[in-house]
Ligand binder design. Structure first.
Ligand code: TRP
Length: 331
């Protein structure tokens, strides 16, 4: 690798991505590939901190990998792999766990939320999740980590762990910086636009999945909750319309003023249909590319096998230095 800065990020393989994951995260990753060295992984080890059905997890992991490729991540340009294929993450995780405080992990809001949601399975993996995430990043000494707001606290903890390690054992880890991508707005639920769009929403109309077909996408947008006015404009209190405008803007590149004049005098029905069509058309090439890749299992396997080999080679150098630094006998 050359002397470009290194970006690392990962995504959990929980079904297909939502329009929110796409606009807020994944679609911004491809353009970074020219400017940076990029390493992206499918975090299947993080996924099992909540109950998973094994066959489903395997299927979702492959689908997530193929989706990353369909979104423009190129295994020739970047290192693209599946987390459980690269043992260095788990090896580093142990050392980092021993440099992470119980109190720090207890303060993680995601841990508190998830343990409330699954009170019957508050397992140690769920608790030490941020330490594994730190290992993902520090195993490559990444400079930047593109993350959404919900992961900022975990990244902050990764920085603290890196700093503590450096104090104890001598300067070694790079302090990873959050890479903030300005995507305008967060994509909200189509049924309750005060809540983030989430695939775990009970109402399937609340959430667009990036592999939904055109008819489904249009149907969901037609049912989107708006307000009792009839004016397409961006204004406080018009959460539903604001959300649709933000989405429309993201997929068409038009700004709010242009959108307002485009729909001046038209009803919400026309606007919702236009948003649905624009989103469906925008996602069409992703869907086509996904279908092509997921059907070619041999190629997919070759890509993730090569990716894992490169990731292992890169991280192995770093992790063996860490093992030496903490006082393990060299092999
Ligand atoms: N925890 C992240 C999420 O749920 C996924 C993730 C795992 C990650 N390891 C990472 C993100 C390392 C950034 C860096 O979204």
């Amino acid at each position: 690798m050359d002397d470009k800065k290194l970006i690392f990020s990962a995504i959990q393989p929980t079904g297909t991505f939502t329009l929110g994951n796409y606009i807020g995260a994944v679609r911004n990753w491809a353009p970074l590939q020219d400017q940076y060295n990029c390493i992206y992984c499918v975090a299947d080890m993080h996924a099992i901190t909540v109950k998973q059905e094994p066959a489903k997890l395997r299927q979702n992991t492959m689908a997530a990998y193929a989706l990353l490729m369909a979104c423009g991540l190129d295994p020739e340009k970047s290192i693209l792999f599946i987390q459980s294929h690269v043992p260095t993450h788990a090896l580093l995780n142990w050392v980092l766990c021993c440099n992470t405080q119980f109190g720090e992990l207890s303060r993680m809001t995601q841990f508190k939320d998830k343990s409330q949601k699954h009170p019957d399975d508050v397992n140690a993996g769920l608790f030490t999740y941020p330490s594994l995430m730190a290992a993902d990043i520090l195993a490559y000494n990444a400079d930047f980590v593109p993350v959404g707001v919900d992961q900022k606290q975990h990244l902050e903890l990764a920085r603290n762990i890196a700093q503590r390690f450096n104090q104890r054992y001598g300067d070694f880890f790079t302090q990873p910086e959050p890479y903030i991508i300005d995507v305008g707005a967060k994509v909200m639920s189509l049924q309750d636009p005060t809540k983030k769009m989430s695939k775990s929403d009970e109402n399937p109309n609340a959430c667009i999945l990036i592999l939904d077909d055109k008819d489904t996408i249009i149907r969901k947008f037609k049912r989107a909750v708006t307000d009792s006015e009839a004016e397409v404009c961006y204004r406080e209190g018009k959460d539903g319309i604001n959300n649709l405008m933000a989405i429309y803007s993201c997929v068409t590149g038009k700004d709010f003023a242009a959108i307002e004049s485009e729909f001046a005098g038209k009803g919400y029905g026309d606007f919702k249909l236009a948003v649905g069509e624009a989103v469906a058309d925008h996602l069409e090439p992703v869907r086509t590319e996904f279908d092509r890749i997921i059907a070619d299992k041999a190629y997919l396997k070759q890509c993730y096998t090569d990716g894992a080999a490169k990731a292992f080679k890169y991280s192995q150098r770093i992790v063996s230095k860490v093992y030496h630094k903490v006082g393990f006998v060299d092999r």
